[in-house]
Design a binder for this molecule. Structure first.
Ligand SMILES: CC(=O)N[C@H]1[C@@H](OP(=O)(O)OP(=O)(O)OC[C@H]2O[C@@H](n3ccc(=O)[nH]c3=O)[C@H](O)[C@@H]2O)O[C@H](CO)[C@@H](O)[C@@H]1O
Ligand SMILES: C=C(OP(=O)(O)O)C(=O)O
Length: 417
């Protein structure tokens, strides 16, 4: 599958954001802590959600989709090892570790290994589980964690890892006593996970701050009926960047504007007009784009997941932008592809020096990963002539029907097999 984009395009109209990929993935793992059928609304149809469905079915969990609602029934839940085929397809599959260990006293999972954006170890997940009394063995590419019953512990994360925070929160829910996670990640998706778990009977406080406190409960949680997944701030951010880049006028619906503050500040600095309502953001532009510097940081800093899309915008912003990637060590794979489209970008270690060019030109490019793929779509929207984006399965991992949404905003973009 590939996308064909003919440009330049100016996006105009309304676009609705789907539920957050990075919220629904841990929530689906949290269902493993619950007895009965969880009912979750606003579940996007994404490649990664489908892969998590495969992981759950592998554990004999029944998933039924009715439109945007997903029903997850754990009545036949069975402990199985998670093979490499699944951990390799999606890193978030390692988030089943905490819940399965808490529930069954044992879990065996293929080590996730590195991926397109970096080495991505899970040492902090394992260190935290050890602190809670788990015995961890690593052999022949598998990690086994065992504990009759986990016990509450004081854990201080070396860095605020989103995945480690989520895995440890879930493990702690059924542990004996209280767990305190210090230097926890503060991302909004962690707050959504806390809300889901607390609806199911967990006792968690502090998500969204750097200290999370989990008081363990002794029986399995009760599946919540009707949790609504938060809107995807990264999808929303991608659309805001697309609108500013193409000089259009777009209303982005179903957003929590507070989640997008770091991006909104940068877009304004780059010359776009942005106005936020209660659950929507309007963006338009009257002036040329100008260069800005940015550095990616854990929330509430500028998100690494919007670094690549923002590079597409800065490629045509007047002046020199300096972009520093602080979260992942190998997240510049969009750069050679943008260069093929005429961008003037130099890589110096973890920093990009982007010299804005007046116009990008369409080319045949390949999505090397999810957000790099989104960056290429944005570049294709504003470039002259035809852009062909290959390997769009990466884009489908995290964007629901992106081409349909942009077509509704007037773009010439189509998917071909
Ligand atoms: C499904 C999901 O929610 N994915 C998001 C999540 O990924 P993920 O949860 O994998 O990201 P982390 O916050 O854990 O990773 C941040 C950094 O910490 C390092 N690290 C992490 C864990 C560990 O045990 N040891 C370690 O060294 C990682 O290699 C990385 O350099 O947060 C990232 C950072 O906002 C986002 O880009 C991803 O979109
Ligand atoms: C890096 C991402 O996802 P994951 O952690 O699932 O690879 C992302 O959403 O940009």
């Amino acid at each position: 599958m590939r996308l064909i984009i003919k440009g330049p395009n100016v996006l105009k109209g309304k676009i609705k954001v789907s539920g957050a990929k990075n919220a629904i993935l841990p929530i689906l793992c949290a269902c493993l802590l619950c007895d009965g059928e969880s009912v979750i609304h606003g579940v996007p149809q994404l490649g990664d959600v489908a892969v998590m469905g495969v992981v759950l079915r592998h554990l004999k969990v029944l998933c039924r989709r009715e439109g945007e609602t997903l029903k997850v029934d754990t009545s036949s839940l069975q402990l199985e090892e998670i093979p490499e085929e699944l951990t390799r397809r999606m890193r978030a599959s390692c988030l089943v570790m905490g819940p399965l260990l808490a529930r069954f006293g044992r879990v065996k999972i293929a080590a996730p290994g590195g991926c397109n954006i970096g080495a991505r170890p899970i040492d902090l997940h394992l260190k935290g589980l050890k602190a809670m009394g788990a015995k961890i063995t690593e052999r022949a590419g598998f990690i086994v964690a065992e504990a009759d019953r986990l016990r509450g512990a004081e854990i201080h994360l070396d860095l605020p890892s989103v995945g480690a925070t989520e895995n440890l929160m879930m493990a702690a829910v059924l542990a004996e006593g209280t767990t305190i996670i210090g230097n926890a990640a503060k991302e909004p998706e962690i707050v959504d996970l806390q809300n889901f778990l607390n609806r199911a009977g967990a006792r968690i406080r502090g998500a969204g701050t750097s200290t999370i406190r989990v008081e363990g409960v002794s029986k399995p949680l009760q599946a919540p009926k009707g949790h609504q997944v938060i809107p995807d701030r990264i999808e929303a951010g991608t659309h805001l960047i697309a609108a500013a880049l193409t000089g259009g006028e777009v209303e982005v619906e179903n957003v929590i504007p507070e989640h997008l503050e770091p991006l909104i500040a940068k877009l304004r600095e780059a010359g776009a007009e942005v106005e936020a309502g209660e659950d929507r953001i309007w963006v338009w532009r009257r002036k040329p784009l100008k260069a800005v510097d940015l550095r990616t940081m854990p929330y509430p800093g500028f998100p690494t997941d919007l670094q690549a899309p923002m590079c597409a915008l800065l490629s045509v912003a007047e002046g020199i932008s300096v972009v520093t990637e602080n979260i992942f060590e190998n997240r510049f794979r969009h750069v050679p592809e943008l260069q093929r489209m005429g961008a003037d970008i130099r890589i110096e270690g973890r920093t990009l020096i982007i010299k804005g060019v007046p116009q990008l030109v369409g080319a045949r490019v390949e999505a090397p990963d999810l957000r790099a793929g989104a960056a290429l779509v944005l570049a294709g929207l504003v470039a002259e002539n035809t852009t062909v984006v290959e390997r769009i399965e990466h884009i489908d991992r995290g964007y629901e029907k992106l081409e349909e949404k942009y077509r509704r905003l007037g773009a010439y973009i189509e998917r071909v097999g």
